[in-house]
Design a protein around this ligand. Structure first.
Ligand code: GLV
Length: 321
């Protein structure tokens, strides 16, 4: 008999194909389910496992309502702030995420944001779509050079390091702030700042890659934006709640920031539409990992975790131990 699985959101076809082969699952291609739908589906099917994504708030309340048959909940995301890990641990329920496999694509997308914000991608695209008919003079519609600039990185973990590797290809000087200094083989010559405040005045471009949590919530407030040099560029592909969005909007409209590139927002998907009214912001609907290769890899990694636990082995990517 195949193990029984519920998938709480649409997933790529290759992942659905593996689910069809290895699991008994009523909707192998996934469905967009509410918490109530998930509980009902798990209960009706006596499911062994749940595969979820960050759209599902997997808090203490839903964990308490899980049927006893459920032996693992695997999220298809590296972030896990939607999961109450303490409540899962208290229940003895293994919960897992999908680290590593999305590092490259998230770093690639970060670079897209850096380039697009500095080189006015949104405005240039708009000009072309409006039917470009007048050539620009040498002093018009100028962006900022990316190569050789000073890039500040808040959080030099996996994704931060992958961004730094790309930035070295652009000849950028890398500065970073992190809870602790990294060993030289991970620093690759980057300059460490124990104080985030002290790093800010040295950043031509600042990109956030810190973990979301109580200690980082709203870390980019008005005071921090004001410490960036005038004309700096701000990029966030980490989490929206790291940023005080009123302060960011003020820094963008006052001209203190040249531009921003944003993949994440405080309120998703109902993001603050004031950003959409600004020409100097390049906007992406939280798509850091959204490539065929990476979304497949995330799905496979979640299934590997599920299969490991159902086979009585330890999870590959446990969120508690
Ligand atoms: C993306 O934001 C993720 O956490 O996987």
């Amino acid at each position: 008999m195949k193990p029984r699985l519920i998938v709480s959101r649409q997933i790529p076809p290759a992942v659905a194909a593996r689910i069809r082969a290895e699991f008994d699952c009523p909707w192998p291609e996934g469905r967009d389910m509410t918490a109530d739908d998930v509980i009902a589906a798990l209960t009706q099917t006596n499911a062994d496992a749940l595969m979820l994504t960050s759209h599902l708030k997997f808090g203490a309340e839903i964990i308490a309502r899980l049927p006893a048959t459920v032996k693992i909940a695997a999220t298809c995301s590296v972030g896990f702030e939607h999961i109450d890990v303490a409540a899962a641990k208290a229940r003895g329920l293994p919960v897992t995420n999908t680290p590593d496999v999305l590092t490259d694509c998230t770093a690639d997308l970060t670079f897209m944001l850096i380039l697009a914000a500095c080189r006015r991608a949104h405005e240039y695209d708009g000009i072309m779509r409006a039917g470009w008919r007048r050539g620009y003079g040498l002093g018009e519609m100028l962006g900022l050079k990316v190569s050789g600039k000073r890039l500040g990185i808040l959080g030099l973990g996996r994704i931060g390091q992958a961004v730094a590797a790309r930035a070295r290809g652009f000849g950028m000087q890398i500065l970073y702030s992190h809870p602790r200094r990294l060993p030289p083989e991970q620093e690759h010559g980057a300059t460490y700042f124990a104080s985030f405040d002290e790093m800010l005045p040295h950043c031509d471009i600042l990109t956030l890659h810190a973990r979301s949590g109580p200690e980082t919530a709203g870390i980019m407030d008005a005071g921090k934006f004001s410490r960036l040099p005038k004309g700096a560029v701000f990029v966030n592909a980490a989490r929206g709640n790291l940023v005080d969005e009123d302060a960011l909007l003020a820094a963008l409209t006052s001209g203190h920031l040249f531009a921003a590139g944003l993949d994440v927002f405080n309120n998703e998907p109902a993001f603050d539409l004031r950003f959409a009214a600004l020409d100097n912001v390049f906007l992406v609907p939280h798509m850091g990992s959204a490539t065929v290769e990476t979304r497949n890899a995330m799905g496979m990694r979640a299934l590997d975790n599920i299969q490991a636990v159902l086979a009585g082995k330890p999870p590959i990517d446990p969120l508690w131990s």
